[in-house]
Design a protein. Structure first.
Length: 312
């Protein structure tokens, strides 16, 4: 087991928004979607991602000197620029940077190391009915790895005398058999629904949504794991009445309702991350805005009318 390594780009402790209770959340690298508003763009690529924060850079020149690919150049007033065609993502610049102005987004962990991080948080799980959440990126993108890890940590917790609550935060854009396998190894899915129209889903997220909706239907009917639904609510993308009606109607038609629907009003946190990655946020200038209080209230009212519990 110890030779398998899991690419993780962030670990969030004391998380209270990623499932019940107090949780530790691991963010898996790699996602097959490309949502224009993505708040974790450093998690999309499966390979390593280099991040540079110009405000932390003291222009010491160490990274330029040690870069084996000669990809870096200090430019007055702009910091250190990276030629991404030359950069091999070797990480040497991050190793020598004294201020953490350069960081490589992901690290790899063995299953034992992941469980060791989980075990540190155990006192919080027992007092709050919390546990571990795997998010991303898309944790099902490397489904075999996820299955092995869910098995390993479940068994390790059992050996330590407790039952670990495992949540998977996912788009469910994955093979149906994989979703079924994962559903038998976790207690809860946090499922994203971005929008109901498949063409718009393809336009704004890079893939159609048919597989996602089929998988939600399956999770609801088979009932191996609980599920709740999260919707990033974005004016200009999916906050219109037609889409909210279609979402509520779809959920109401399932064999089992989600525990609840959570609306997550738009924010543009991804903008700063794109700038640190040297890439452009929303490069096609899709109009996106924070939904008004009225839009949010209207959306909650629609879910209520369909008998689907919802909150912000
Ligand atoms: S599914 Fe999530 S991680 Fe993947 S591109 Fe969309 S917002 Fe980003
Ligand atoms: S990651 Fe490696 S190749 Fe890329 S800029 Fe840094 S040192 Fe150079
Ligand atoms: S090593 Fe770090 S602080 Fe020094 S120039 Fe490079 S990015 Fe800036």
């Amino acid at each position: 087991m110890s030779e398998v390594r899991y690419p993780i780009f962030d670990i969030k402790r004391y998380s209270i928004n990623d499932g019940p209770g107090i949780r530790i959340t691991f963010f898996f690298k790699g996602c097959p979607l490309s949502c224009v508003w993505c708040h974790n763009p450093e998690g999309i690529s499966r390979s390593q991602t280099r991040m540079y924060t110009v405000s932390k850079c003291i222009l010491c020149g160490a990274c330029v000197q040690f870069c084996p690919a000669h990809a870096l150049k200090a430019v007055r007033g702009r910091g250190v620029l990276c030629d991404r065609d030359l950069c091999t993502l070797c990480g040497k610049c991050a190793e020598v940077c004294p201020t953490k102005a350069v960081e490589m987004a992901s690290k790899t962990y063995t299953a034992e190391q992941v469980y060791a991080e989980i075990a540190k948080e155990r006192p919080f799980f027992t007092t709050s009915d919390g546990g571990v959440t795997f998010s991303g990126g898309e944790p099902l993108y490397q489904g075999d790895l996820l299955i092995q890890l869910l098995d390993y940590i479940g068994q390790a917790a059992e050996k330590d005398g407790y039952r670990l609550h495992r949540t998977v935060d996912t788009t469910l854009f994955a093979n149906q058999e994989l979703v079924r396998e994962v559903s038998h190894r976790c207690e809860l899915f946090l499922v994203d629904i971005k929008m109901m129209d498949s063409d718009r889903h393809r336009k704004f997220c890079g893939v159609p949504n048919d597989i996602i909706l089929e998988n939600i239907r399956m999770v609801a009917s088979e009932g191996a794991a609980g599920y709740l639904v999260r919707i990033p609510l974005i004016e200009g993308i999916n906050a219109d009445t037609e889409n909210i009606e279609a979402t509520a109607s779809f959920l109401a038609s399932l064999d089992r309702l989600p525990k609840y629907v959570e609306l997550l009003p738009y924010h543009d946190i991804g903008k700063n991350k794109h700038s640190r990655m040297g890439t452009q946020y929303n490069k096609n200038n899709v109009p996106m805005a924070v939904p008004s209080e009225k839009t949010i209230e209207d959306a909650l009212g629609i879910f209520k009318n369909y008998g689907v519990p919802a909150k912000v």
